[in-house]
Design a protein around this ligand. Structure first.
Ligand code: PLP
Length: 393
């Protein structure tokens, strides 16, 4: 069968490829430690599960409005007011099947053939693919490690063309864990306003910040910037709810309406029960998540120290999310490998530790390690990586 042109260049997620290899080794009986996970290793809090159970028993198992139940959109409006001091109406919110589908739908309604979207690298793997699927062109700009992997206003200015429609800002970032401060967001927003480009602000890791710094949304800069921003968020990472598939987008009514129309012909609606679960998540505050955040923070300190102790590996300290993104270029060379990807494969084969090569994130000299696993496993993984590096010196 001759497949559609638009899927011929679609690449499988690099995160999933290494996970598949690790799984195969595990099935063969090997003791594999996977540092590839993109989800919290904690269970969804009990009160959220109970809310879903009640929804099922009370017959809330039917189609819902395409853009999500009104109660949940109201709860999201409240969340924005309380957490971010941003005022939205319920028509400016769409609930989607995960944040991933909010982004997918957004690009579908936004982009015409060859419209450009600026994607700062290192980037989350799905941005370029989703932009291409919508007929757009992802324009990748390398945010330098010296600048904590953050896009500068000059880089943004120099990349904008008459075809630029939007730029993606992901803070805290997957894969780097870095965050823009208020000043940096103001400067970037000035460039966006000047050139009238839309800001897609992916804030899915908002609740996982370990420095004590507040989360800043670029939409908070001014009313004008808010009108030119679509915020993407969801409960996957903040409430350990990756499998429930509830995300949302907030912004301009016309864009949200178009996204809702598209959703009505694609998903119909996000799962009704999961929407009631997310409603409970937002109505009950963040109490149950403090422990998760505390554990992540301790693991970050530990793994960051252990990784920097390995010859040829250097790692900046991330501020949020649950990933480390060390530069392993030196170690790769010292160990006699040409490319990071080969080094990662050899590490998996010899020491049974699975990392994700940075190439999938547009940063081929780095690797991504997730610390969404137990402290014992993190220590063991770091010990094995060090042994691998030393054995290949
Ligand atoms: N945006 C970023 C940066 C992510 O890392 C992820 C998940 O890995 C998503 C969006 C999608 O989240 P969801 O599970 O809500 O679709």
């Amino acid at each position: 069968m001759n497949l559609a042109e638009r899927v011929k260049t679609l690449t499988p997620s690099s995160t999933l490829a290494i996970t598949a290899m690790a799984k195969e080794l595990k099935q063969q009986g090997h003791d594999v430690i996977g540092l590839g996970a993109g989800e919290p290793d904690f269970n969804t809090p009990e009160y959220i599960i109970e809310a879903a159970e009640n929804a099922m028993r009370n017959g809330l198992t039917k189609y819902t409005p395409a853009g999500g139940i009104l109660e949940l959109r109201e709860a999201i409006v409240n969340k924005f007011k309380q957490d971010n001091d941003l005022s939205y109406s319920t028509e400016e919110i769409i609930v989607t099947t995960g944040a991933k589908h909010a982004l997918y739908t957004l690009f579908q309604v936004l982009l015409n053939e060859s419209d450009e979207v600026i994607v700062p690298a290192p980037y989350w793997v799905s941005y370029p693919e989703q932009i291409k699927l919508a007929g757009g062109n992802p324009v990748v700009v390398n945010a330098l490690e010296e600048n904590s992997f953050k896009l500068t206003p000059e880089q943004l200015e120099n990349t904008i063309t008459e075809k630029t429609k939007a730029v993606i800002i992901n803070s805290p970032s997957n894969p780097t864990g870095m965050m823009y401060n208020k000043e940096e967001l103001i400067e970037l927003s000035e460039v966006c306003i000047k050139h009238n480009i839309l800001i897609v602000s992916d804030e899915i890791y908002e609740k996982l910040i370990y420095t004590g710094d507040p989360h800043n949304s670029i939409a908070q800069v001014s009313e004008k910037v808010k009108q030119q921003t679509i915020i993407i968020n969801g409960v996957s990472k903040s409430h350990a709810m990756t499998g429930w598939r509830i995300g949302y987008a907030a912004g301009d009514k016309t864009i949200i309406k178009a996204m809702t129309n598209l959703a009505s012909h694609s998903t119909s609606n996000p799962t009704s029960i999961a929407q009631y679960a997310a409603l409970a998540a937002y109505q009950s505050g963040n109490g149950a998540l403090d422990q998760m955040k505390k554990d992540f923070s301790e693991r970050l300190d530990l793994l960051h120290e252990l990784m920097n102790d390995i010859p040829g590996i250097s790692c900046q300290k991330p501020m949020g999310a649950f990933y480390l993104f060390p530069n392993v270029q030196e170690a790769v060379k010292q160990n006699g490998f040409e490319r990071v990807d080969e080094w990662v494969t050899a590490l998996l084969e010899e020491e049974k530790v699975a990392l994700v090569p940075g190439s999938g994130f547009g940063s081929p000299q780095n690797v991504r390690l997730s610390y969404a696993i137990s402290t014992e496993n993190l220590k063991e993984a770091a010990k094995r990586i060090k042994r691998f590096v030393m054995n290949h010196q």
